[in-house]
Design a binder for this molecule. Sequence first.
Ligand code: G6P
Length: 608
Amino acid sequence: MCGIVGYIGNQSAAPILLDGLKKLEYRGYDSAGIAVMNNRTISVNKVSGRIANLCEKTNDGKNVKGCIGIGHTRWATHGAPTDINAHPHLSNDGRFAVVHNGIIENYIDLREKLIENGYHFESQTDTEVIVHLIEKYYDGDLKKAVLKVASKLEGSYAIGVVCADEPDKIVAVREYSPLLIGVGIDENFFASDVTALVSHTRNVIYLEDGEFAEITKDEVSVFDSTGKKVEKTVSRINWDIQAAEKGGFEHFMLKEINEQPGAVKATITPRIKDDTIDFSESNLNDLDVNNISKIIITACGSAYYAGCAGKYVLERLCRIPVQVELASELRYSDPLIDNKTLLIVISQSGETADTIAAMRECKERGAKTIAIVNVVGSTIAKIADHTIYTWAGPEIAVATTKGYTTQLSILYLLSLFIGKKLGKVDDSQYAEYLDEIKSLPKNIQASLDMNPAIPAIAKKYHNAKALFFIGRNTDYAVALEAALKMKEISYIHAESYAAGELKHGTIALIDDHQPVIALCCNEALFEKTISNIVEVKARGAEVLAVSFEDNQKTAAIADDVITLPRVNTIFSSAVEIIPLQLLAYYVAKENGCDIDKPKNLAKSVTVE
Ligand code: G6P
């Protein structure tokens, strides 16, 4: 989704802004622009399409003079992705330029009033009202004008503003949209995402909702929404830029798929001390589990599917009812929640707008909240009563892989932790299950290594019009994520079906050579899934089975087989998804797709 970046210092701003925007490309965008100020004149360059076009237009920024500027990648919401709708937007008098992430919900009213007052609009965006309002309210103090404008805006925003009359500063403000300041020496930065600044500084200040920053090259001052100064701590980012680069892999997605053994290890190891699960870092060791009557898991996209897989494990080990709810639905469902509800919120970015809103809604109704989040200091991490970080490192590819498996590994630990506390898991099961969780990195590595035929299988299936993924129980949960991976990066229509539902309609879609990917790792239901394979094969389907390596039966019945090391079914999802991520990757590659930046998608969906 939209990304913003800003620079003020002694260096030429444009190349730094362009570099920052490139680092934000992964979030998803369809146009980009920069505004740079020199001798009290603001010059704006913006283009639809890729940042490469902007680099070409500005000769990699060399044609743009000035040491202060703001930049933006836009993911169109209000108005098509055209040059004119791209940010930054300029005021009518050319003295102010603005970049904005988020949505201004009351922009139509504001726009009408501004037009009545004689302001002229160039674009169809909601953002343009901001810059005209700043011009309207400016009386020589940019911070004061932005403060006033923010009080008139409804919706979500992270905004950066430069003003020709105050050429030594940038003013930034956030409300429900991520924004952080990078603190350098003789230079400072701001961005919606740490990846845009980490090559310049690892010292950052996270802004809270309603806070403003006045950024000069030597100083960063932060204020609350009343204009009162706020003391902020400077946090240190503990990963470097290599972690956000491709490291020899053709795509970030392939790199991140291969990083999963390490990411899962980094996520589980600190939570296991002396063969006991320890969540003291999240203040969870004293969680009153006897006061939980139900668990709701909420999230969006793959994080939601991690929740679907986690439900089986939580219910099995804790014997507490678990509901998994899409955050965009839960927030408007007038949910039945009381102080005996445990809400588990899952989000890689920690900034997904619907997830944040659902969480706030449930918190207000008394739920206790545990967040499973990857981005340190993100909004969800801050709002939750307890935050458990997945230590996956930066995830750049839009399609999540290591985000999903690290979320699952935390759900496994949490299930075992709560189950033990409730007395639903005895000591010997606890030891056995914990060993199983500890073996995840090894088993994920094995499933990466054991399928060299996947690129060849991808060649066989890449022309399919549709792909069907079937499975039962934990296999069905993995099928949901596998189908999402396939459609989001290869653009092939992919659907997941609970295998037992086939006969209730879906089987009508099966005919000669229709590929069906059958997930067969749930031991207890194996024979049932085999029957479903037989049914689709009888109607001409080509079946690719996913099963444990020592399973002879699937090899005999399916056309192709992808294998995994044998693992306990309870914890199989995090291993089973691996070859299916690879399959989606290689199918997308065969089809020449833009794998890391699929069309129309955004990494972090910060608007509703
Ligand atoms: C977007 C991403 C998905 C992600 C979902 C939820 O759709 O493309 O990969 O699963 O948002 O994001 P979150 O950051 O909350 O996990």
